[in-house]
Design a protein around this ligand. Structure first.
Ligand SMILES: Nc1ncnc2c1ncn2[C@@H]1O[C@H](COP(=O)(O)OP(=O)(O)OP(=O)(O)O)[C@@H](O)[C@H]1O
Ligand SMILES: [Mg+2]
Length: 257
């Protein structure tokens, strides 16, 4: 494996019953890269995320993260190793406060456990205060600090997407997976999102893999773009290379035809 590689998928296949959702995928991500993952609807993008986070196990092939095999592990085992994600269909708890939603992202990190939580040992209290501080910092980072006590259900669509990002960041990942973060955002929110993703990489030193249909976003911030079509990786390169790729153009024209 390349010394710099943070994530490596080696010859991955994934099928749902008879449907081959991913075929022979070889894919790597290097530290502190921003990589875009694009492709028409149903191409297999979210399935690939689900394999990286342990929501699914690949039918064939192996996945390595920081040199360690993670395929076969469950999400609760993979998150603490340093992979966190947002969801295409936003998953927030509407009846919990914005801050509480972010706190749920840190449960994988707490150590004192249920016993400590019930009898409220000093160690637990200290840990809880630390978790709240981190949650507030993350909310500040995504510009939601002033909404921390609001019900999450009161947030706008764009704010909910930013809340999911804050929750993922609270798990302190090395690799952040964003599944269509700009979906449903207005142009101002999208512009702010582009800036936010850059800051997450530059100021927090994260590595980012981004699924996005908004080409302005993905071509604007990705250093490298990978293209899936019908479960196959049909192209990989700089945004310019991918936009000029014949097979990519055909895949997208096919979608709108
Ligand atoms: N849990 C599942 N059970 C059965 N089929 C599934 C399941 N999840 C995804 N699929 C199928 O696998 C293929 C890839 O789906 P996936 O959600 O990964 O696509 P995608 O590239 O994320 O698409 P979109 O841009 O619409 O989100 C599709 O044909 C989809 O219908
Ligand atoms: Mg998807």
């Amino acid at each position: 494996m390349h010394a710099k590689t943070i994530l490596k998928a080696a010859d991955i296949c994934h099928s749902f019953g008879g449907l081959m959702a991913l075929k022979d995928i070889d894919f790597t991500i290097n530290p502190r890269e921003i990589v875009g993952l694009i492709g028409p609807n149903g191409a297999g993008k979210t399935t690939l995320f689900n394999l990286f986070t342990g929501h699914y196990s690949p039918t064939r092939g192996e996945i390595f993260f920081k040199g360690r095999k993670i395929s076969g592990l469950k999400p609760y085992q993979i998150t603490p190793l340093g992979i966190a994600r947002t969801f295409q269909n936003i998953r927030i708890f509407g009846q919990m406060s914005v801050l509480e939603n972010v706190l749920t992202g840190q449960h994988c990190r707490t150590k004192t456990g249920l016993f400590g939580a019930i009898i409220r040992t000093p160690a637990h209290r200290k840990e809880e205060a630390g978790a709240r501080n981190t949650a507030r910092e993350m909310l500040d980072f995504v510009s939601l600090e002033d909404k921390k006590d609001d019900y999450a259900s009161n947030l706008s669509y764009g704010e909910r997407r930013r809340l999911e990002i804050a929750r993922a960041l609270a798990a302190n990942p090395t690799l952040l997976l964003l599944d269509e973060p700009a979906a449903g955002m207005n142009p101002q929110e999208t512009a702010a999102l582009i800036d936010l993703i850059r800051r997450i990489r530059d100021e927090m030193a994260k590595t980012i893999l981004l699924i996005e249909h908004d080409m302005k976003v993905v071509m604007g911030i990705s250093e490298r773009v990978a293209v899936l079509n019908y479960g196959k990786m049909i192209a990989e390169g700089t945004p310019g290379e991918v936009q000029r790729n014949e097979e990519v153009i055909k895949a997208y024209l096919g979608e709108s035809a």
